[in-house]
Design a binder for this molecule. Sequence first.
Ligand SMILES: [Zn+2]
Length: 116
Amino acid sequence: MELISMNCPNCSGNIKYKPGKTQMVCPYCDSVIKISMTIEDREFERNISKIANELPKYMASLKKWRIAFFITLPLALLSGVMLIGAIIGTIFAPSDASKNDTSSKSEAYSVVTEIK
Ligand SMILES: [Zn+2]
């Protein structure tokens, strides 16, 4: 659990406050400091410390996901580009072939073969 730094109201000494505690003793002047908290405050503190405890686990899992993401992203992009290329190729390839003069070359070739 994380400690919160605060100052003693009597001597202004630095006190490390452990969340959840309602009473503590100043290590410098031995003053007893009572902390009045509402139920909502305690619930809030409990939730904050729960989040603080869960955060390292969350960050570790996030790191794993990030690594997985950077491995799969290029593969996904590559397959996407290939898919788009295949679609464009399917749509435009026949019309491109008729516009090209390769058809006339093949005609010329067929003429040559007929002569032979
Ligand atoms: Zn003090």
